[in-house]
Design a protein around this ligand. Sequence first.
Ligand SMILES: O=P(O)(O)OC[C@H]1O[C@H](O[C@H]2O[C@H](CO)[C@@H](O)[C@H](O)[C@H]2O)[C@H](O)[C@@H](O)[C@@H]1O
Ligand SMILES: [Mg+2]
Length: 260
Amino acid sequence: MPVSPNLPAPALPQGPWALFLDIDGTLLEHAAHPDAVVVGDELRALLASLEARLDGALAFITGRSIAAVDNLFQPLRLRAAGLYGLEHRLARDGPVEAAGEPADIAALAQEIEAELDNADVYIERKGPILAIHTRAAPHLLRRATQLVEQALGRLPAGYRVLAGNAGVELMPLEAAKGAAIRRFMEESAFSGRRPVFLGDDTSDENGFEVVNEMDGVSVRIKPRGPTAARHALAGVEEALVWLDAANHSNAEKSAGLVAT
Ligand SMILES: O=P(O)(O)OC[C@H]1O[C@H](O[C@H]2O[C@H](CO)[C@@H](O)[C@H](O)[C@H]2O)[C@H](O)[C@@H](O)[C@@H]1O
Ligand SMILES: [Mg+2]
């Protein structure tokens, strides 16, 4: 993975393209608690407009569950891969098969909650994925990571730990954003288009690699170090400005105003 502090901003897409969007840290500024993020009507309108302009070739690719995403963006419902690709809604109004919580993960969640015993730590139980959020209690991140890593040894094979700056997640090995993007690219609304993926953290790197392999456009939001992304934008605000420009540029193009 290259060290890339000076990546260029992405050009506005030309030709048919498909859009894949991470949510937290890309479309939404982070908040101390996952439920405290704010989705404005302007963002809903932008996403709805992009989705229509792309003839449906737009999907969220997120670590949140699809139920949590629907709750945040309601009444807007979009195609989505939730839980890092463990859940999918491939068609806009299609079904979602929610992933259940295995008994050993449920027991581990209770154990870690009792061990950390701090109201500022939020333990998010997302079916087969367990997220320990320490954004509001940063001094407990190290201990939370230790507990999850120790638990790995006791769980059946097939789990991994994803450590972040404000929390740690335990998830099945098959949870990967790149696989979710590949799956969408096989759908008729997406196939034949050039994938564009915007994401902001370690869990997005696998998505960037897959998009690069497909000659797509990989964009890391606010990169702080090594990334596989070939482009960067400075933050959430810049990402939203770029998406708005891409939305309008496509409109001009389809009206024959932009030479390609
Ligand atoms: O893949 P994403 O769409 O970026 O989702 C990643 C995780 O986002 C949420 O947690 C993160 O955002 C919270 C709100 O800003 C913040 O409080 C927390 O510290 C972050 O880790 C969500 O709760 C997780 O389930 C997602 O995996
Ligand atoms: Mg994110």
